[in-house]
Design a binder for this molecule. Structure first.
Ligand code: ATP
Ligand code: MG
Length: 420
């Protein structure tokens, strides 16, 4: 026998038993987005590698260690997208969308690819729901984007999630903060992990984000960005807090939340879920007022977030919000003999065209086996047709829940079911 081929490490197969939960998340995300006036954007699964180097950042883990890059037949270097924002910004610039009415409000449901160590809530192909808003610097925009994420999380029935927010300042106030941070970590330089020793030179804010126990304990006493904010950044945060309070969105200020790159500005936030293990951030977002320019576009401020769908699923399971009603047929037609099979197909095809879920036997099973299968599917009604039913045009429609049956005209089945 030939060797069995397995899926690539860190990817997943989703079967119809699990897919309805994914569909519920996707549908709710689309519904909530529409209510906030966000429209769907679709961009390519792969892009020029250079886009992610500039849009995600050369010194980030994503670009340095996690990219799936490849060269095509003409030696162009591409990468599978590790996230959605860079592509959206590229598409906006390339299509001149910055001359549309502002703000631009887009959402996406995409798969992303990162070469990471697979574990619960962390895979190599993963799925994101994300939003991007461009063209407004106002804190009410930050509040709106956060409210969209909050609404979705609540509508999915996820309860054990907390919103953490922080401000990481702007290119005006950050240098002073960065200096204080470097001084703090330099006084513990020997204890830091090797990656953080490097990060301290290239991207010191990322040290705050390190998951190693020693680095995070040193980070505990590190200076906080919010103590170094300029007046503009301080006022921005205060307004955002007032807006969130007014909207009834609870949050805590968490000075450890950072985005380490210069084009990220002011607001950063995460929704963190208790009880789903180490990969507890279900949603990460923030403001990136410098990103459009970084990618060669005009200076247009932006804010957005991305949610990991598998982490939403873990969170839903954790609080019992993952129960979805089965898709049960309204009618199961059990034919006996070839002419009856033809009739059964005719009936189900009419019902399906009329929007009704109907099934009939397509395995040439015995009547007993058919009824067992109809039961397994949870069919609400069954209709048995054999030669005599075909001849009289009448058959017994059985209500499976009430165990009652009534004679009906076979060709009148749609009207009968419509009333049922
Ligand atoms: P983490 O610290 O968990 O690696 P991140 O900062 O790399 O997260 P972002 O780039 O902000 O993550 O992505 C936004 C969201 O996408 C995350 O909050 C998470 O829910 C999800 N996500 C990121 N990487 C993965 C992955 N490898 N597998 C599953 N979900 C992921
Ligand atoms: Mg990561």
């Amino acid at each position: 026998m030939a060797n069995k081929i397995q899926k690539p490490r860190g990817t997943m197969d989703i079967f119809p038993s699990e897919a309805p939960l994914w569909q519920k998340i996707e549908k709710t995300a689309r519904d909530v987005s529409a209510r906030f006036g966000f429209g769907e954007i679709r961009t390519p699964t792969f892009e020029e590698l250079a886009l992610f180097k500039r849009g995600v950042g050369e010194v980030t883990d994503v670009v340095q260690k996690e990219m799936y890059t490849f060269t095509d037949r003409e030696d162009r270097v591409f990468a599978l997208r590790p996230e959605g924002t860079a592509s959206v910004v590229r598409a906006i610039i390339e299509n001149g969308k910055t001359s549309d009415a502002m703000p631009l409000k887009y959402y996406y449901l995409i798969s992303c690819f990162r070469y990471e160590k697979p574990q619960a809530g962390r895979s190599r192909e993963f799925f994101q729901f994300g939003t991007e808003m461009f063209g407004t610097k106002d804190p009410s925009a930050d509040a709106t984007v956060i409210s969209l994420a909050d609404t979705l999380i609540k509508e999915l029935g996820i309860k054990n999630v907390k919103l953490h927010i922080n401000s990481i300042g702007c290119p005006d106030c950050r240098p002073k903060y960065r200096q204080a941070l470097v001084e703090h970590f330099n006084s513990h330089i020997d204890e830091l992990c090797d990656t953080c020793k490097e990060r301290l030179k290239t991207n010191p804010l990322r040290v705050l984000d390190c998951k190693s126990p020693i680095c995070s304990s040193i980070a505990k006493d590190a200076p906080a960005t919010i103590d170094y904010l300029c007046e503009d950044c301080h006022n921005h945060l205060e307004s955002l807090r007032a807006h969130l309070d007014a909207m009834g969105i609870e949050y805590t200020i968490d000075t450890k939340i950072v985005r380490g790159l210069d084009y990220y500005t002011k607001t950063v936030f995460e929704f963190i879920c208790d009880g789903i293990g180490a990969q507890s951030t279900v949603c990460g977002g923030g403001r990136y007022d410098g990103l459009m320019e970084q990618l060669g576009g005009p200076s247009v401020p932006g804010i957005g977030f991305a949610m990991g769908i598998t982490r939403l699923i873990l969170a839903m399971k954790e609080c019992g919000a993952d129960k979805i009603e089965d898709n049960r047929p309204l009618l199961y037609v059990a034919p006996l003999g070839t002419p009856a099979v033809t009739k059964a197909l005719e009936i189900v095809s009419k019902l399906r065209s009329a929007g009704i879920y109907a099934e009939c036997d397509i395995c040439a099973r015995s009547l007993k086996a058919q009824m067992k299968y109809a039961d397994k599917l949870g069919a609400r009604y069954t209709l048995i047709i054999g030669d005599s039913e075909l001849e009289s045009g009448k058959a017994q429609l059985k209500n499976m829940e009430k165990s009652e049956q009534a004679e009906i005209e076979i060709d009148n089945i749609y009207n009968v079911l419509k009333e049922a």
